[in-house]
Design a protein around this ligand. Structure first.
Ligand SMILES: *[C@@H]1O[C@H](CO)[C@@H](O)[C@H](O)[C@H]1NC(C)=O
Length: 583
């Protein structure tokens, strides 16, 4: 009898699971993602309640003290440093900075340097002192360097040895503001720049008192990270310790294990490299292979040499890798997971075919935003997948958007309108206790611009992502466009190679794939594109250069209504300029 009941129950369960599977082929992945989400939510809740505040530094120090002092933490070129060594190095830096720069809790220090182990030691040192780090892009110079520096009221600038000339250029302005300037060299003969390496070496590596950061809590700013500035001057996004914790859990969310090795070549001044990569690695206690900068030709050699299992990518990196000459050992590596954003569907397929079975995990998110998505099932082309637990914790919506007026469409009562499934809408996500939006440092105007009020009911408050997304019937999230980013589609399209630009095919393609408002009115053909340090295209310069055929030497085409792309002429330019021809 019992056996019979068990048997019936078993068959019943099997049928139920089969039905579930047929209705939703991703049921297992959804379930396992649910388990991970719940684990992380519990962990986050515990961290929020813990007193005194348990920062990511505390997590690091536990690994140093008990769990794995002798495990490799940072591998850089021919050197490697264990968790314990990294801790001692950062003690020295903290002591040197507190003695010679007079740093104390609450101060901000700007870091202006490329990827190297000192980046990590200095950051850990700053957390030990209760200070905030402002991560400057090491490619910026003069005016924009000063602009970024002054965004966060930093008292001290620490610069890499290779950036002395860039620092000297802005030194008079820094000195006028009474800024202390340090450079990572043994000595320095320039008046107003102090060497730091000698001071670090002389300092003791004994632990620092936790009292030094006793007033820091989960809402305190941990970092300032700058937006990439593809569409204007960079803004300093405030990254609280809470946000830092949340982004560092992304590695756990995508299934990184404690024996994995992550390759960080993305700049550490950027959220991808610093938050998801470095902080994620600390949270998991894994080894980081740090590289000064990306090199397509060295990429796989590094992965082989250091047994890398996890890589990150951004923008066009994957395409660069696919464009390298094919080699016999293309599949000879241990990389099992690639995490990032912005891979195009055709590159995705090509990458897998060429480099083997690597799980590509597209993510959507921004440094300042309070919402993110992860495409945890690996569906080609999607930047994420909806999940009911995620949606419960992070309420968001896609709302109808008017691209001409550049604002959300309102209903008769003045509220926003949710788009039906399958339609493109502006992503907004509720700002609340669990989903804070910290905004930009000293820039209430830009911060307010990202806040949307009275969205669905009077008095509610949402974060305006500025991104147009689409969510399909299965819950897959697709990136469509950035709001106001008129120049996004000025990128090379298939079959546009210089002289053999096929205007007919391009017109067909554009008509098929782009909504009317997003179709490029002008096409300019360039051999190479100017990129930011994070491999995003610089649109401002392109926008400034406009479409004047007498200024631009590149081949230039104009979209004539219902006709197609015709070569741009001074006549067309003039009639557009004086309004005889409207766009
Ligand atoms: C990589 O792994 C192989 C085999 O598992 C091992 O022999 C080698 O020492 C490892 N290399 C590094 C740099 O850890």
């Amino acid at each position: 009898m019992i056996l019979y009941l068990l048997f019936t129950a078993f068959i019943g369960l099997a049928i139920l699971l089969l039905c579930l599977y047929l209705r939703n082929p991703y049921v297992w992945k959804d379930l396992s993602f649910a388990v991970t989400l719940i684990q992380i939510a519990l962990r986050m809740n515990k961290i929020k309640k813990q007193k005194p505040f348990y920062s990511i530094l505390e997590c690091f120090l536990e690994k140093v003290a008990r769990q794995q002092p002798h495990k490799k933490f940072i591998v850089f070129e021919e050197s490697s440093y264990t968790y314990s060594q990294a801790d001692k190095e950062s003690n020295r830096v903290a002591r040197a900075l507190s003695t010679h720069a007079g740093l104390k809790e609450g101060d901000t220090v700007a870091l202006f340097m490329g990827n190297e182990p000192h980046y990590v030691w200095i950051w850990l040192a700053l957390v030990k002192l209760g200070c905030t780090a402002s991560l400057l892009n090491n490619n910026i110079r003069s005016k924009s360097l000063l602009h970024c520096f002054s965004c966060c009221e930093a008292k001290v600038l620490v610069a890499g040895a290779d950036l002395q000339a860039a620092v000297e250029e802005v030194l008079p302005a820094l000195k006028q503001q009474g800024i202390r300037v340090f450079i990572l060299t043994e000595d320095c003969s320039v008046e107003g720049i102090e060497s730091l390496c000698d001071k670090i070496q002389q300092a003791s590596d004994q632990p620092l008192s936790p009292q030094l950061s006793a007033n820091i809590d989960i809402k305190s700013p941990a970092l300032y990270i700058f937006t990439s500035g593809t569409s204007g001057l960079p803004k300093a996004a405030i990254v609280s310790h809470e946000k830092l914790w949340m982004t560092s859990f992304v590695l756990s969310l995508v299934g990184v294990r404690s024996d994995d090795i992550i390759y960080i070549y993305l700049p550490l001044y950027h959220g991808g490299g610093f938050l998801m990569g470095l902080c994620g690695a600390i949270e998991k206690g894994i080894t980081v292979v740090l590289r000064r900068k990306f090199s397509a030709s060295q990429f796989w050699n590094d992965c082989r040499k250091y047994n890398v299992t996890i890589i990150q990518y951004i923008g066009e990196i994957m395409r660069y890798l696919c464009n390298t000459p094919k080699r016999d050992n293309d599949r000879d590596h241990k990389v099992r997971l690639a995490l990032g954003n912005g891979i195009r569907a055709d590159t995705w397929a090509e990458f897998l075919q060429r480099f083997g079975d690597i799980h590509i995990c597209e993510c959507y998110g921004s440094t300042e935003g309070n919402i993110g998505f992860i495409n945890y099932v690996g569906k080609i082309g999607a930047v994420g997948k909806e999940h009911f637990i995620h949606k419960m914790r992070y309420p968001y919506a896609l709302i109808r958007y008017d691209p001409e007026k550049e604002e959300p469409v309102k209903d008769s009562r003045g509220f926003c309108i949710r788009v039906p499934r399958g339609e493109t809408g502006l992503l907004v996500s509720k700002i609340g206790e669990r989903t804070p939006f910290s905004g930009y440092a000293k820039n209430e105007q830009q911060t307010e611009k990202k806040r949307l009020r009275n969205v669905f009911v009077k008095g509610d408050l949402y974060f305006n992502s500025g991104d147009l997304l689409k969510i399909d019937n299965e819950g897959f999230v697709f990136f469509q466009d950035r709001v106001g980013d008129t120049f996004r589609h000025w990128k090379p399209m298939k079959g546009c190679q210089n002289m053999d630009f096929d205007s007919k095919a391009t017109y067909q393609h554009v008509q098929n794939f782009l909504p009317s408002y997003a179709r490029p009115r002008f096409i300019r053909i360039q051999d190479t594109m100017a990129m930011t340090g994070t491999f995003k295209q610089i649109k401002v310069t392109l926008a400034e250069e406009g479409f004047n055929p007498t200024i631009i030497r590149d081949p230039l085409f104009y979209l004539e209504n219902n006709k197609g792309y015709v070569p741009m002429t001074p006549e067309i330019f003039d009639s557009i300029s004086d309004g005889r021809m409207s766009l």
